[in-house]
Design a protein around this ligand. Structure first.
Ligand code: NAG
Ligand code: NAG
Ligand code: NAG
Length: 231
């Protein structure tokens, strides 16, 4: 009797606590709701790529913190993305212009001419997130959010999306506001730049040493990927 009760409780907890898992078919669908307003600040929370090289490199590079500050430009549907990347406490800023409409975006040059392929926004169960599928040279699936932290269920959904594509296990990033004095690479005096680079280089080599096994595994996977692509 007691076993039965426990079983019933467990079963009812399972059925209440866990909505039916979404299929890859649903998770790979383009976002079908109205495109979100992109202006304002977004945090990069996780990234998966076609092969492990991208995520491994980001891991070796001390898992940079990415913040996107998006403003709209005079031309309609054209936006300015001020990308702030913080590595080891040092913040670098770089702006990119892009065109965005109907849950698709692509980079543009100063004449608003398209550069590269469109990125698509995919289905997401997370209300203030965007799942971006980049189809340029580096194919990647990116989870960005207005929030610095998403729930475990929201992260699992993103991991499932990456798995549906057969891409790498997502690299999860810490989210923090960028420092106020974030500078463009060109604005950093050369001497200061060299000192920063030396410090970062030392930490990066230590990280690479500690990740030797993971790097080795990824390189092998990468050779298999290249072999399958060319053969
Ligand atoms: C884009 O935004 C950045 C940061 O605010 C700014 O420095 C840059 O001049 C802007 N680019 C254009 C083309 O307006
Ligand atoms: C934009 O167009 C002008 C005039 O056609 C041209 O001189 C310039 O090189 C173009 N800029 C880019 C980035 O292609
Ligand atoms: C854009 O997409 C096409 C079709 O998927 C692909 O063949 C091409 O290599 C992509 N362009 C870049 C720059 O990756």
């Amino acid at each position: 009797m007691r076993t039965f009760c426990v079983a019933v409780i467990v079963l009812s907890l399972l059925s209440v606590g866990q909505p039916a898992p979404l299929t890859c078919e649903t998770l790979m669908k383009p976002r079908d709701t109205e495109g979100p307003d992109l202006t304002g600040r977004w945090f990069l929370l996780a990234l998966s790529a076609e092969h492990c090289i991208t995520t491994t490199v980001l891991d070796v590079l001390l898992r940079p913190i990415f913040v996107f500050d998006i403003t709209s430009m005079d031309a309609s549907n054209v936006y300015n993305n001020s990308i702030k990347i913080t590595i080891d406490g040092h913040c670098l800023e770089q702006s990119k212009m892009f065109f965005y409409k109907d849950n698709q975006m692509f980079e543009v040059d100063s004449n608003n001419t398209a550069l590269g392929n469109a990125s698509l926004f995919l289905y997401s169960g997370c209300p203030d997130c965007i799942v971006v599928k980049r189809m340029d040279m580096i194919k990647a699936l990116i989870l960005i959010s207005r929030r610095k932290v998403v729930t475990a269920a929201e992260l699992v959904e993103f991991e499932t999306q990456a798995r549906c594509l057969g891409w790498s296990t997502p690299q999860v990033f810490k989210a923090e506001h960028a420092s106020e004095n974030c500078r463009s690479y060109h604005d950093i005096p050369r001497q200061e730049d060299e000192a920063i680079m030396q410090r970062i280089y030392r930490k990066v080599s230590e990280k690479a040493t500690s990740m030797r096994e993971k790097i080795r595994k990824c390189l092998i996977e990468f050779w298999v990927f290249v072999f399958n692509t060319v053969s």
